[in-house]
Design a protein around this ligand. Structure first.
Ligand SMILES: CC(C)(COP(=O)(O)OP(=O)(O)OC[C@H]1O[C@@H](n2cnc3c(N)ncnc32)[C@H](O)[C@@H]1OP(=O)(O)O)[C@@H](O)C(=O)NCCC(=O)NCCS
Length: 220
């Protein structure tokens, strides 16, 4: 699919039942900045971190094949499966991921970006609503095809998601991964997320990290 095709399909697809009520907490930044003199860190322009490495496009309902280039990689899929489920994602599962991703964009105006090297999808940068460890949160995330691991791409994609969150005024975004996913935990550390706690997710031990994007000054 061409780059133009990705943009053209970005706002279609069924409702995403994973989208929780976190929206209510995420109004425009100005409304939430009272007299307490909050200082927001400067928001870098979206996609600046991954520029030159990949081209980023919002996921669209027609991106099932592109998603399959990423999740059809068993080395990637194994870290994203719940307990007891194994193997690469099927094309049908990838169609669903694309449809849900498009629905998230349509509902919230932000979401998952697919990373392309030419016409090939080699990763994604996630920014999305989720419910994790019993709470509605905004999550950042990343995945990269295994032949591109170790080149700093996930860190660039994570920085892109973080930059987009900051530009939208979304404070305190989280990231989480399996406890034994050393690579992804290292990316979280490089992005200066703080380890918050361990919890069980999808039947497996996970670790929750959080980023404090807003410094609150003492106005007294
Ligand atoms: C996790 C993942 C996205 C990392 O992608 P990547 O492009 O290789 O990440 P980066 O190159 O930006 O950074 C990886 C870091 O982990 C380090 N690393 C590699 N193997 C490691 C290990 N076993 N334990 C700890 N750190 C490790 C690398 O040295 C690097 O750190 P450095 O820059 O300080 O040297 C990729 O492995 C992936 O897609 N995995 C499968 C899906 C997944 O786990 N997604 C995340 C779900 S939360």
């Amino acid at each position: 699919m061409t780059a133009a095709g990705h943009w053209a399909t970005e706002r279609a697809g069924p409702a995403d039942e994973r989208n929780g009520p976190a929206d209510e907490r995420n109004g425009p930044a100005d409304e939430r900045e009272g007299p307490g003199r909050r200082t927001r860190t400067a928001a870098p322009p979206a996609a600046s971190y991954a520029e030159g490495m990949v081209e980023l496009h919002p996921i669209g309902a027609g991106d099932g094949n592109a998603v399959h280039e990423l999740l059809g990689d068993p080395a990637v899929a194994t870290w994203l499966r719940p307990a007891g489920v194994h193997g690469a994602f099927t094309p049908e599962e990838c169609e669903l991921v694309a449809a849900r991703g498009a629905a998230h964009w349509a509902a919230h105006g932000f979401g998952r970006m697919l990373a392309f090297d030419g016409d090939r999808c080699v990763g994604w940068s996630l920014l999305g609503h989720t419910i994790v460890a019993g709470r509605a949160e905004v999550e950042i995330g990343w995945s990269v095809t295994s032949d591109r691991w170790g080149q700093g791409l996930a860190t660039a994609l994570g920085a892109d998601a973080l930059g987009r969150a900051q530009a939208l005024g979304l404070d305190g975004v989280v990231a989480f991964t399996r406890r034994d996913n050393g690579r992804s935990r290292r990316v979280m550390e490089k992005l200066e997320l703080q380890r918050e706690r361990e919890f069980e997710h999808a039947g497996l031990p996970h670790v929750l990290y959080r980023h404090a994007t807003t410094a609150v000054e003492d106005s007294s």
